[in-house]
Structure formats: C-alpha cells, structure tokens
Design a protein around this ligand. Structure first.
Ligand code: GDP
Length: 297
C-alpha cells in the first residue's frame, strides 16, 4: 500500500487531491460541481460513472448535509471502483493439468513485461511456471521474455522468429504438462491489424492450447495512459476472446486512474492487476480500497 501510494502520489494523487479540495470548499455551488465533473472526466472516469458519482456526492453532502467530505468521497469512490468484484487470478488447473494464463493486448501495452512480473509473483508463491513466447512476430519480444525467464528462473518455450504463434503456445503447454508445472503463462502477439485477423490468430492459439488443457485466465493488458484509444482496443479484444481479467499498466505514469472504472464498466470484467513501474516487483493485485486510499493520499 505504501508503494502504491508513493507511485500514485505524483500522478493519480492529483485526482484525489483535486476532488478533496473542491469538496472542501465552504459553498458547494454549481461551479464547484461542474469542476468536480471536469476533474473526473479528465481522469477518464467516463461520462455515466461521473454523473452517477456526482449525483451521490450531491445528495449526501448537499441534501443530506453529511459533514465529512473526505469520508463520503472515499466511500463513493470505493463503491464506484467495485469493492466486491471477484479479482482472484485463476492460475491453477484441474485434473493434474496446469492452469493456463493467456496474456493479450496491443503491442506496447506492457504484455511481455506483465508476463515476466506475473511469473515472478507465481514463483514467489512457490508455483512452478513455464512461459510461452508466442509473440513470434517481434524478435525483441521473444528476447525480452527470455531475459525475464532467466531473471525469474523459469523455462521459456520459444520458436524461431515468425513461427506460428499457435505452435509455440501448443509447445509451451505441452512442456508444462510433461513437467507437471502449476501454471503456463502465454505471451501473445498484439498486432491489431484488423478484427478478423486478430480473431483468427487468438482463436487458433486458444484452440490449440485447449486440445491439451483449458485456458483458466485470459488477461487483457491495457496501458492506462492511452485513454479512449485504449478503450476502443480493449473492446476489440474483448469481442475476439473471452477476457476474464484486466491488467492496467503504467498507472505510475498516468493521472488517468479513472480508466479503472471506465474499463470495468465497458467490458464487465474486473481489473485484477496493476502495473506500477518497469521493475520486476512493480505488478500488484488490484484492491479497490487500497487504490482509493492511494488516490486520496
Ligand atoms: P508489449 O509490446 O505489450 O509486450 O509491451 P512491453 O512489455 O514490451 O512494454 C512496453 C514498455 O512499457 C516497456 O518499456 C516496459 O518497460 C514499459 N512498461 C510495462 N509496464 C509498465 C508499467 O506498469 N509502468 C511503466 N512505467 N512502464 C511499463
């Protein structure tokens, strides 16, 4: 929590501080409510959730005259973020098979980095892990994942550049089955050339994996700094593959934490992990209360 607070202090923190200072004004007049709305919209909270939140704040602070704006804001923000969403990661398989985590998203969102950091978390929990470097279109991605594998101490299954991503995914899961590992994490290619192409590619990857073991989690990696553009991409991915969790990366460098709310609403899928930096330990489980506390500083 301390780290979350530190990381968000410079960027996200501005949102919480801005809202608090507006709500602490002596008179909550129309101008103030408008500024509150603007602040939320600027942080990518989205139109409908913003209106909802402002409505609740108005009722509680102005109509009902509750005295503690900070407490009210905290409660309402936590509700908005979803304190009761099931954010558990499904990394365990059944019938002696490994759990299979498929990691999808556009290039540059932070997929490969997330796979590396996730492997580290799983290893720290004493799980055995195999990684699949199925982003075969970018040699750099395969190299990058190999480096992560060495760093974390897990095997990385890879193929020559340009290999069919599905065949690498297949081999990775096979390797995981042979060695009886707990979890196989598969990095995928994120070329958003067109929806049909993406659907073919990810569909095939998923199908060949499922010849051996069910995919237990599909994580969509989304760059928090990309705003509406990122939301459009997220929608395309969610139409192509059944996303079960969102990883929001680069929250450390964005003042747009509202995207947590927007993307959950849009996709109906919870944010499960957040990326807070480029380092190996900079991936954290998402917790609504801790997140809002970090926002409010
Ligand atoms: P991919 O193309 O989706 O696999 O993206 P990469 O994993 O290669 O990441 C793209 C860039 O974003 C790299 O420079 C990463 O170090 C950086 N990155 C990834 N996650 C985070 C994060 O949570 N915070 C910050 N600041 N940078 C990140």
């Amino acid at each position: 929590l301390t780290r979350l607070r530190q990381r968000l202090a410079g960027s996200q923190g501005a949102l919480g501080r801005g809202l608090l200072s507006l709500l602490s004004r002596d008179r909550l007049d129309e101008d103030t409510w408008e500024s509150i709305e603007d602040t939320l919209l600027a942080a990518d909270v989205g139109v409908a959730p913003t209106q909802e939140l402002v409505e609740h704040l108005r009722t509680r602070l102005r109509v009902e005259g509750e005295a503690d704006p900070r407490a009210v804001l905290r409660e309402e923000l936590v509700n908005l973020v979803g304190p009761d969403l099931d954010r558990r990661l499904h990394v365990t398989g059944e019938d002696g098979k490994p759990g299979v985590v498929l990691v999808v998203g556009v290039n540059g969102a932070g997929k490969t980095t997330t796979v590396g950091k996730l492997a580290r978390i799983l290893v720290a929990e004493d799980r055995s892990v195999v990684l699949g470097a199925a982003d075969t279109f970018r040699a750099a991605a395969v190299e990058q994942l190999t480096t992560w594998g060495e760093r974390v101490g897990v095997e990385v299954v890879r193929g020559p550049e340009g290999t069919d991503p599905a065949s690498v995914a297949f081999e990775a899961v096979k390797e995981g089955m042979v060695h009886g590992v707990d979890t196989v994490v598969v990095d995928t290619a994120g070329r958003l050339q067109n929806k049909a192409g993406l659907m073919d590619e990810l569909g095939k990857v998923k199908r060949v994996i499922e010849k051996q073991a069910p995919v237990t989690e599909v994580l969509l990696v989304l760059d928090a700094t990309t705003g509406q553009n990122g939301m459009i991409q997220a929608r395309v991915f969610s139409e192509v593959v059944d996303v079960t969790g969102i990883v929001l990366t680069k929250l450390d460098g964005s003042a747009k934490g509202g995207i947590v709310v927007a993307v959950q609403r849009e996709l109906g899928v919870p944010v499960k992990l957040v990326g807070l930096g480029e380092g190996a330990d900079d991936l954290a489980p998402f917790d609504a209360g801790a997140f809002v506390d970090a926002l409010l500083g």
